[in-house]
Design a protein around this ligand. Structure first.
Ligand code: NAP
Length: 268
């Protein structure tokens, strides 16, 4: 049965979620709505068939599922403005980084269940990873299924305890930055060896996509996949030896641990 799904705050993440869901859930009878403080960001959404609403309160009145995608510091005031429209039967899903379920629950005053969600940026291309915290006692089993059913259209969905959100954010939320940094290094290496920037980037992008797909399809340990590329006395083992001498694995572990420490400091 079709439901009405809306997004308050149609900036980078809100628009990506709304347009991604509209595109991928097309034909299931859902209606998609958006509202944003500045109107110009709504025009591309309108062109794609998203219904526009004037403000957060009107959107909350119209929608069954309300995605809150304003900046974390704006979230509580926006929830307060929606209070007259929040009622059981509706679900609020907040993607605001670092904003705890306790804060969200206080803001909605028990009027409806709240879900805390943390996406990462590949959600912008329908390949995101979404962590969901379903610890609000007002949430029914069918609400959880509904949320997972909707968001699985945009990538991998995981249910996590809220206590794991800082770890998830440090590893997966921040993860695209680590991956892009590694890609940048390899692209630069390609240019150093005489490829154009464009060629090098194209090849490195395909390298990451292909390797990720191999890793996803294989049950073999990653070290085994790595070692299988290294012929005895060959060029790959020479490169891999250098990575080991420089401690790439330890650098990555330390980067994620540093991000987790900062994430815990930022939780509110
Ligand atoms: N981008 C990411 O990679 C990412 C990843 C994980 C989580 N998140 C979370 O996603 C949320 C949005 O981030 P973002 O990067 O998409 O930020 P953004 O591009 O600044 O989008 C926020 C939008 O909210 C709008 N807004 C502010 N107050 C509003 C109100 N009262 N009613 C309606 N709209 C309002 C803003 O409108 P204006 O155009 O007027 O400013 C803006 O377009 C944040 O809480 C962030 O923590 C983002």
């Amino acid at each position: 049965m079709g439901i009405t799904i809306g997004c308050v705050g149609c900036g980078n993440m809100g628009s990506a979620i709304l347009l991604g869901l509209k595109e991928r859930l097309n034909g299931q009878g859902h209606v998609f709505c958006g509202c944003n403080r500045s109107r110009e960001k709504l025009l591309p959404l309108q062109e794609r068939g998203v219904e526009l609403l004037d403000d957060a309160l009107s959107l909350a009145q119209r929608c069954d599922v309300i995605v809150l995608a304003v900046k974390p510091y704006q979230a509580e005031a926006v929830l307060e403005s929606m209070l007259p429209a929040l009622a059981s039967g509706k679900i609020v899903i907040s993607v605001a980084a670092g904003l705890s379920l306790a804060c969200l629950r206080t803001a909605v005053q028990g009027c409806c269940p709240v879900v805390r969600c943390m996406p990462n940026t590949p959600a912008l291309v329908g390949q995101g990873i979404f962590a969901f915290c379903f610890e609000d006692s007002l949430l029914r089993h069918e609400d959880k299924s509904l949320v997972l059913g909707i968001f699985s259209a945009l990538g991998l969905c995981l249910e996590l305890e809220e206590s794991s959100f800082a770890a998830f954010s440090a590893l997966i939320g921040a993860g695209p930055a680590y991956v892009f940094a590694m890609m940048q290094g390899l692209v630069q290496a390609g240019v150093s060896l005489g490829f154009s920037w464009k060629e090098s980037r194209r090849m490195v992008t395909a390298l990451f996509a292909g390797s990720a797909q191999m890793a996803g399809l294989s049950a073999a340990p990653l070290m085994q996949l790595r070692d299988e590329v290294c012929s005895p006395g060959g060029l790959t083992i020479a490169g891999v030896n250098h990575l080991d001498r420089k401690g790439l694995t330890g650098i990555l572990v330390d980067a994620v641990l540093a991000a987790a420490v900062r994430g815990r400091e930022m939780e509110s």
